[in-house]
Design a binder for this molecule. Structure first.
Ligand code: RB5
Length: 144
């Protein structure tokens, strides 16, 4: 189950990526918002991030204008490692090395086709563990 959420800057991209995931038979939990609605990105980021840390959703996808606000907010939630990416290489390495559990994309930064490519790359990458696990543990240990 992949959680997906956005603010008003990214509703179109959210709808497109949600449909894209559903087409691939990937279950999606939609944290909103719908086109025409408005939301403060931290509220959406916190709701989705809690579902990820509580194990209700395996991974999360957060979309706003730049992806930056969503990533800053999501990373305030204990257990979240959110990566704001605008190309596939960083998205892949954020899974392999950083065990990212939330991907943030900017609807004003990436077009829908690049967003799909980044998302596919992120979803198909696996955490490598080993020395990277030690580093992720250092981050976890620094959490309040
Ligand atoms: C909303 O206009 C915009 O500030 C928001 O989507 C996001 O880009 C913040 O980081």
């Amino acid at each position: 189950m992949i959680a997906i959420g956005c603010d008003h800057a990214a509703t179109e991209l959210k709808e497109e990526l949600k449909a894209y995931l559903l087409e691939k038979n990937i279950e999606v939990r939609d944290f909103g918002i719908a086109p025409g609605e408005k939301a403060d990105y931290p509220a959406v980021a916190f709701a989705l991030s809690s579902a990820v840390t509580q194990g209700e959703c395996r991974l999360g996808l957060l979309l706003c204008g730049t992806g930056v606000g969503m990533s800053i907010a999501a990373n305030k939630v204990k257990g979240i490692r959110a990566a704001c990416c605008s190309e596939p290489y960083s998205a892949m390495l954020s899974r392999r090395h950083n065990d990212s559990n939330v991907l943030c994309l900017g609807a004003r930064v990436v077009g829908p086709e690049l967003a799909k490519m980044i998302l596919d790359t992120w979803l198909s990458a696996e955490f490598e563990g080993g020395r990277h696990a030690d580093r992720v543990a250092m981050i976890n240990n620094a959490e309040c």
